[in-house]
Design a protein around this ligand. Structure first.
Ligand code: 5GP
Ligand code: ZN
Length: 115
């Protein structure tokens, strides 16, 4: 995807603060952190979201790497939240599959609709 910002990050065409990288995924810091630890993990290959027929092995790898990233970021003991937004109602703004690792603060309990 030529004009996908996360594809460009995956190809190192635009800068990011990389936390972890291997052949198939890259994790980098969110530029607009919502909590003290806010890191994103993406597959290097473009998929719009988890609803885009992503191979299960790749999904599993992303989740496994999220645990590794949580260790690197020092939130593995205190806890964290994984979130992946899908589509309009999910408030997805970047249409390249990404998992948010959110930590360093207590997450809100409430998970209902926005006011
Ligand atoms: P979404 O709402 O799609 O689940 O989350 C997209 C996330 O990507 C947002 O938290 C936003 O701050 C982050 N983001 C958007 N553009 C960039 C960028 O160019 N670089 C980085 N590192 N994060 C970005
Ligand atoms: Zn992309």
């Amino acid at each position: 995807m030529d004009d996908c910002i996360f594809c460009k990050i995956a190809r190192h065409e635009i800068p990011s603060t990389v936390v972890y990288e291997d052949e198939t995924v890259i994790a980098f810091e969110d530029t607009n952190p919502q909590v003290p630890v806010h890191t994103l993990i993406i597959p290097k290959e473009h998929y719009a979201s988890i609803a885009s027929n992503v191979p299960e092995s790749l999904l599993g790898h992303i989740i496994a790497v999220s645990a590794r990233v949580a260790e690197i970021k020092g939130v593995d003991k205190t806890g964290y939240r994984l979130t992946t937004n899908v589509g309009d109602d999910g408030r997805q703004t970047v249409m390249h599959l990404h998992v948010h690792i959110l930590g360093g603060a207590q997450m809100p309990i409430r998970m209902g609709p926005a006011d």
